[in-house]
Design a protein around this ligand. Sequence first.
Ligand SMILES: [Zn+2]
Ligand SMILES: [Zn+2]
Length: 219
Amino acid sequence: MEGEFDILIPTSHPFEEEVECELRRLVARHKWPIERAGLSVSFVMRQSEVSSSDVSQFKAIENGQATGWVKLFFNHLFLIQNPGAFIRQIVPHEMAHAWTKARCVAANEKPHNRHDNVYIARHQSLTQQPIKEHGDLISMFDARPLRLVSNGQPARCSCKGDSGFWVLKPTEADNLAREPIKCPRCLRPVGIVDDTKVPEAIREQCAYIHWWKSNGKSS
Ligand SMILES: [Zn+2]
Ligand SMILES: [Zn+2]
């Protein structure tokens, strides 16, 4: 890895290739602070995360240097749901976390999940766009299909159409009698329904998830 910065990213979809382009551009623009690091990128489908990063295979050596791979994980379903937002917001956001953690390891500090102000300031001056808060990021994507394929329970409130369709976690569904869940829009309680009430678009995404996982992308 001497001199060259390695990015290991097996892509299998045109949007994944766009993520790769964006990562290469970010690494070049921001001057990755750790010389002997590589980025190893995987596309996964985890219902609770849009993206995550991991530095457990990355070690401090000496003089503020570290070596190994910084791992990035991006949620493939959320990428194809909203590729523009994913590439403009999620990719630089996760890079801010990865960058921070890598600097911590190089400095022999415990990695943490706060954002690196140097990276954020540089990114905002380059893109003229503020990095969004986590809640705002998650609200740009729809986790219902992922919940549904993980034994989530289909449910509805009184809101019409897609927006009244809910997928409860199995524990939420079990507790529904004791702890009713109220829709923040119609203020009516959410109730369990059968599979025939699953909207067509969500049904299609569930089929896609099964296809994707059966093609060797098991996560
Ligand atoms: Zn963050
Ligand atoms: Zn409602």
